[in-house]
Design a binder for this molecule. Structure first.
Ligand code: PEP
Length: 249
């Protein structure tokens, strides 16, 4: 059975007060089918790990994730965070290849592939984001774009079976425009087929949808056969919304 996951990407938002209310709000309800991961800004990771341990029960634990990491393990790289440093403060997951990193910080496929390899070597579970722009979708290039983004990572020294892939159409991120369940399912099915052909892991790895997921559209997206959960931006900053999304898997 594939892992179901809901991942909160707080981006450059939130504070310790939100961390407390989110963790209390999520752990006051039980019975989530999905594993729930919160990726706050890096300065809050250690605090989140402490709170995660404090609120964990036999059946529930909130997992800690980072929004980015270095492709290096140490050295003169001012401002960077190495994967093993993230591990040391309790991170299990790291988001890599987010469209904001690709577009605002000029991260290339080659750099992202290096980051994935280094993160996996340090036992972080990588959530690799892929997705097309509106222009690329309108030109019928969606499947070519997302498979090329994945192929670039598979060409590096990575363990494909340990990847989690988030399909996030760039035109749907933070815009309020969600892919229809059919559009999302079509791309997820194509990604699974591509992974099967190239590394035989398509049936086993978790594929998440991201892009303006909210409490009122989560269930129908997550009901698609190839969608195993979601990567949630804006709606993950609201305790009630995010709790409803976690419960929709
Ligand atoms: C994201 O940034 O990964 C994302 C999906 O954002 P939003 O849910 O706000 O569209």
């Amino acid at each position: 059975m594939r892992q179901s996951l809901v991942i909160a990407n707080w981006k450059l938002n939130g504070d310790l007060a939100l961390l407390d209310s989110m963790m209390n709000g999520l752990s006051s309800q039980t019975g989530y089918v999905a594993d729930v991961v919160i990726c706050p800004p890096a300065v809050y990771l250690a605090a989140m790990q402490q709170r995660s341990l404090a609120t964990a029960t036999d059946s529930f634990k909130l997992h800690v994730g980072a929004q980015n990491c270095s492709e290096h393990t140490q050295g003169a790289f001012t401002g960077e965070l190495a994967p093993q440093m993230l591990r040391e403060v309790g991170c299990e997951y790291v988001i890599l290849g987010h469209s904001e990193r690709r577009n605002l910080y000029a991260e290339t496929d080659a750099l992202i592939a290096q980051k994935v390899a280094t993160a996996q070597q340090q036992q972080l579970k990588v959530v690799l984001c892929v997705g097309e722009s509106l222009e690329q979708r309108e030109q019928g290039q969606t499947l070519d774009v997302v498979t090329a983004q994945i192929a670039a990572v598979l060409a590096a020294d990575v363990d494909a079976s340990q990847l989690i892939i988030a399909y996030e159409p760039v035109w749907a991120i933070g815009t309020g425009k969600t892919a229809t369940p059919e559009q999302a399912q079509e791309v997820h099915a194509a990604i699974r087929q591509f992974l099967n052909q190239h590394s035989g892991v398509g049936e086993h790895i978790a594929l998440l949808y991201g892009g303006s997921v909210k409490a009122d559209n989560a269930a129908v997206l997550f009901a698609q056969p190839d969608i195993d959960g979601g990567l949630i931006g804006g709606a993950s900053l609201d305790v009630e919304q995010f709790r409803a999304i976690c419960s929709a898997v």
